[in-house]
Design a protein around this ligand. Structure first.
Ligand SMILES: [Fe+2]
Length: 261
């Protein structure tokens, strides 16, 4: 991928997103949420890959993957008015289909096309799937980090808003009550990922998002997480229970250790 390829891809993404802008305020707000997420993930990709890679073309590949990773979100919302894959369509697979059908990567070497398509297709699987080559796995880990970093931003901002201002498709419709579930706090304390199916309250959702720290891959990602401080904003929205305090302390320790590399 060279500079011209990246420039024309940026142009394509901008035009594609615009097609989904809506006169309906709620729909427009949901689309803009994903549009700004797209650009922020691309920026995170640039930031993390700039530390890890010497090759300029590979850094451009990383930015391109950031721009395309959630391209399936736009037709997903247009058709189903939701971002919940479980009740609509797998947005990673749909994204790979969009890239293929729109023929936007045909100027690139076949190997680069395959990497980008696979990374978009698998960016949202619960864990990194087996059977992929080393370079695909590298970019997949990169985008999974860049994506989480920006989801923390999206939700740090979301939790600060009143119910009426919140993007309707962002949450899972969980009640914003003071309780949290023991099994979810246990995941955080045991440094394991929590799963969506176990969530009962919005606090559980917040705690699940904190468990993602234990799935970050690169020291540069941990450093960016600390610098951006969205995690701290999410922690600040949680109740100050003894049960959570220990797990949050361990989380901060882990962040600091990993950031040192
Ligand atoms: Fe995604």
């Amino acid at each position: 991928m060279d500079t011209i390829d990246l420039l024309s891809l940026r142009q394509w993404v901008s035009n594609y997103c615009r097609k989904f802008h809506s006169a309906n305020e709620k729909d427009h707000q949901n689309i803009v949420l994903k549009e700004s997420h797209t650009y922020n993930v691309a920026a995170n990709m640039l930031s993390i890959s700039g530390v890890l890679l010497r090759n300029r073309n590979k850094v451009m590949m990383a930015e391109a993957i950031g721009l395309l990773h959630d391209i399936g979100r736009f037709p997903q919302y247009a058709q189903y008015k939701t971002f919940r894959d479980s009740v609509s369509v797998n947005h990673g697979r749909l994204g790979a289909e969009v890239i293929k059908n729109e023929n936007i990567l045909s100027n690139l070497p076949v190997k680069e096309q395959e990497i980008i398509m696979d990374v978009v297709r698998f960016h949202n699987t619960p864990t990194v799937p087996g059977g992929l080559d080393a370079e695909t796995i590298f970019f997949l880990k990169l985008v999974r980090d860049a994506d989480k970093l920006d989801i923390w931003r999206v939700f740090a901002e979301y939790y600060e808003k009143d119910d009426a201002e919140r993007e309707s498709a962002a949450g899972l419709g969980l009640p914003d009550t003071p309780e949290h579930t023991d099994a979810i706090v246990a995941c955080l304390a045991e440094k394991r990922l929590a799963t969506v199916s176990a969530l009962r309250t919005l606090n559980d959702f917040r705690i699940m998002q904190l468990t993602w720290v234990y799935d970050l891959n690169f020291p540069a990602s941990f450093r960016l997480a600390i610098e951006q401080s969205h995690i701290e904003h999410i922690i600040a929205t949680l109740p100050e229970t003894d049960q959570l305090a220990g797990a949050v302390f361990a989380l901060r320790q882990y962040l600091m250790e990993k950031a040192r590399g």
